[in-house]
Design a protein around this ligand. Structure first.
Ligand SMILES: CC(C)(COP(=O)(O)OP(=O)(O)OC[C@H]1O[C@@H](n2cnc3c(N)ncnc32)[C@H](O)[C@@H]1OP(=O)(O)O)[C@@H](O)C(=O)NCCC(=O)NCCS
Length: 271
């Protein structure tokens, strides 16, 4: 049975996250429920949540699919395909032009068969708990939705309003960064900057606050400056996923974004 995934499913949703060792917390699922109450789906098998998908919408321009997870013992039964079809039908009913996602190797064939095409790789970098003489300046946060729109290509203002509740900082005229806790590591991102020097200040701000914790940072390798910073600050590449996009029938033109401004993703489940 396919139905909405809800707050009462948190235990089942977390069992799925644990089955693959991902970084999401209960709070992350709650965010998705709050941000897009109709967008999270569950496929139930024998009274438990066997498979999930989440869809977060950025206006009428873009929907982002994430948390495509099937319990290991329930895989190969067509559950993820059924939920993905349902999610895509929901996106098309809402008149949203494009759907994107960050695909693992395990999910890639499924998405390709549903009309998604490769755009570019995305990488997870990790910094082991370590010291470092970083300054933790008191940085104010100022929302720069226009900069984010240029970088991402769609209106993520609602998502940013969510994330700023955790940790957020800006460099005046330079850019902004946010962070949030995770199961396995503190998460640095999104980070959107006009200049690498601003990204450096924001990275040091975050690392100083998470002294002694592992940190995840998701990067577009097409942004060479972001890669250089990751290497310089002792991050190591952990995983590579593929960003994929799919136009809805009648979608006019591709999303225009600017990767040179993207110093950190919001998360594989958000873009
Ligand atoms: C990717 C995943 C969600 C697929 O879930 P699923 O319910 O098993 O998928 P389905 O049964 O609908 O099958 C979809 C495709 O997955 C692949 N697949 C499914 N079971 C497989 C198996 N046992 N061996 C190899 N490929 C398999 C096939 O390519 C299949 O396509 P096909 O129907 O043309 O053969 C699941 O493997 C999973 O949770 N993996 C770990 C988390 C992950 O990587 N999620 C994707 C995030 S982008």
């Amino acid at each position: 049975m396919i139905r909405k995934l809800e707050e009462s499913d948190l235990a089942g949703a977390m069992a799925l996250v644990r089955s693959v060792g991902w970084n999401q917390t209960e709070q992350d699922w709650r965010h998705i429920f709050e941000l897009e109450p109709e967008g999270a789906l569950a496929l139930e098998d024998g009274g438990r949540v066997a498979c999930t998908t989440t869809t977060v919408c950025y206006g009428r321009e873009l929907a982002w699919i994430g948390m495509v997870l099937t319990l290991p013992e329930c895989r190969g039964r067509g559950y993820a395909r059924r939920l993905m079809r349902e999610a895509l039908a929901w996106v098309e009913r809402r008149g949203i032009a494009w759907t994107k996602l960050d695909a693992t190797d395990m999910g890639h064939h499924l998405y390709e068969s549903l009309g998604f095409r490769d755009e570019q790789p995305v990488e997870r970098w990790k910094r082991a708990p370590a010291g470092g003489d970083f300054r933790a300046p008191e940085l104010e946060f100022g929302m720069d939705a226009e900069l984010d729109r240029q970088a991402f290509g769609a209106d993520r203002a609602r998502l940013l309003e969510f994330f700023r509740r955790f940790e957020a900082a800006s460099v005046p005229d330079g850019g902004f960064a946010m962070g949030r806790p995770g199961n396995a590591a503190a998460y640095f991102g999104p980070c959107v900057c006009r200049r690498p020097e601003a990204a450096r200040v924001l990275l040091e701000w975050f690392l100083a606050r998470h002294f002694g914790e592992p940190v995840y940072w998701d990067i577009l390798p097409s942004n060479r400056e972001a890669l250089r910073l990751a290497e310089e600050y002792g991050f190591e590449k952990q995983r590579v996923l593929m960003r994929m996009g799919r136009p809805s029938p009648g979608a006019a033109r591709p999303i225009e974004n600017n990767d040179a401004l993207v110093f950190g993703l919001a998360g594989f489940e958000y873009g």
